[in-house]
Design a protein around this ligand. Structure first.
Ligand code: SME
Length: 159
């Protein structure tokens, strides 16, 4: 199956799971479970919420992880501080990477916005170096935009 087809199917599954639900934490929980199940070679999928200038662990699948990450620290803190996707082929060469699971070799972190502010990040770790390419990034960005649209649809104002 091509990645384009894979992500089109995944998008539809996420849409069916979250579009009628207003509770953001419940939606984060189900999206992390779905992505963990569907993406190959991933060892951690989850959300960190940005609360008082600090990332705080949210719903996830995988090994226990660090609970609080200061803004601008690690891959997650960098994505949140810059409001920019971080796609890292080899986390060992990322200065300041926070190793929650020693098996992780590649990582992608996508900021989630509400009212023009970053309110959370989606973090996905892989055991495979170079796991995430541009097609993965584009597919995951669409899912994050859907997540944002569902929050707006349900009148969510913050986390
Ligand atoms: N590796 C991340 C920390 C979170 S864990 O991967 C779950 C980072 O450097 O921000």
């Amino acid at each position: 199956m091509s990645k384009i087809t894979f992500y089109r199917d995944l998008y539809q599954q996420v849409e069916a799971l979250i579009s009628d639900e207003a509770d953001v934490i419940a939606n984060m929980a189900n999206v992390s479970a779905l992505l963990f199940e569907q993406l190959s070679d991933v060892n951690w999928v989850g959300f960190y919420r940005l609360l008082n200038e600090e990332l705080v662990l949210g719903p996830f699948q995988g090994k226990v992880a660090c609970i609080r990450i200061p803004l601008a620290r690690g891959v997650c803190g960098t994505a949140a501080a810059l409001n920019q996707v971080q796609r890292i082929d080899d986390v060992h060469s990322f200065d300041g990477h926070i190793a929650c699971d020693a098996r992780s070799n590649a990582e992608i972190v996508l900021p989630i916005m509400l009212n023009n502010k970053v309110i959370a990040v989606l973090d996905i770790d892989s055991i495979a170096f170079n796991r995430f390419d541009n097609e993965d990034q584009q597919g995951l960005e669409k899912i994050v935009r859907l997540f944002e649209d569902v929050m707006i649809k349900h009148g969510v104002v913050n986390l």
